[in-house]
Design a binder for this molecule. Structure first.
Ligand SMILES: Nc1ncnc2c1ncn2[C@@H]1O[C@H](COP(=O)(O)OP(=O)(O)O)[C@@H](O)[C@H]1O
Ligand SMILES: Cc1cn([C@H]2C[C@H](O)[C@@H](COP(=O)(O)OP(=O)(O)O)O2)c(=O)[nH]c1=O
Length: 207
């Protein structure tokens, strides 16, 4: 079972991933950030974060490359059994939402979204939605921020809107990230259970 949690910085993805792992009692469970999961991706991310004046297409390609490399590294466990949970913090949606705001070519974005979608069989994708100013206030409290997290609530709101447009087109469920975490996690766990049931596995194996 591969679950992808999409959303802007500060929407609650990492907290949600932790909650889902805690609720999963049917087998092995882990959460990864596909950008930073490999040494290659981590190095690429460091280079992107340090770069100034990076062209939008170049930046988008670099992020997608880091994510695609993770898909390759996961090849051995490409289709984990339904009893095993792998939570991805962002996947194809981030490329589209952040890339659109950065001004990347729509043709490039469509191609990369397709490559990412084909590279890993994601079973359930959700978008955790919070307004940009709420995300910004949360990030401010956390301190230590990457360069996308210092662009402010207006920037996060623009990414949020691109995420919502993407979710609408792709029929990705939108979860209200302003609810308490138990409610957010409960709603996602329900979607995961529905997916397990649809796959024909017994409900005994679901979250
Ligand atoms: N549903 C929520 N309600 C209130 N605060 C939240 C909620 N989800 C996350 N937070 C807080 O917001 C901050 C960012 O959460 P985090 O999970 O790191 O977001 P992300 O991984 O999307 O950047 C953390 O301090 C976290 O405790
Ligand atoms: C342009 C672009 C930016 N980003 C942004 C969002 C994040 O701030 C950062 C990705 O870093 P990442 O390591 O995935 O996450 P985080 O720093 O949020 O824990 O870059 C993408 O994830 N994908 C993209 O295609």
């Amino acid at each position: 079972m591969i679950v992808c949690v999409e959303g802007v910085n500060g929407s609650g993805k990492t907290t949600l991933a932790g909650a889902l792992l805690g609720m999963w009692t049917y087998g092995h469970a882990r959460a990864i950030d596909p950008v930073q999961h490999t040494v290659f991706g981590d190095t690429v991310r460091t280079a992107i974060m340090a770069a100034t004046g990076l062209m939008a297409d170049a930046e988008t390609l670099a992020f997608a490359s880091a994510r695609l490399h993770t898909a390759g590294m996961l090849a051995a466990t490409r289709c984990p059994p339904m009893t095993e949970l792998l939570v991805l913090e962002r996947w194809a949606g981030a490329v589209v939402a952040y890339g659109t705001v950065a001004g990347a070519s729509p043709f490039l974005l469509r191609a990369l979204e397709g490559s990412l979608a084909g590279a890993l069989p994601v079973d359930v994708t959700v978008l955790v939605d919070v307004p940009g100013d709420v995300a910004e206030a949360r990030l401010k409290r956390l301190g230590d921020r990457n360069r996308f997290e210092t662009l402010g609530g207006g920037y996060l709101e623009r990414v949020r809107r691109q995420y919502l447009a993407w979710a609408s087109i792709r029929q990705v469920p939108v979860i209200n990230g302003q609810q308490d975490m138990a409610t957010v996690a409960g709603q996602v766990a329900r979607l995961i259970s529905d997916r397990v049931a649809a796959s024909g596995h017994t409900t005994k194996e679901s979250a």
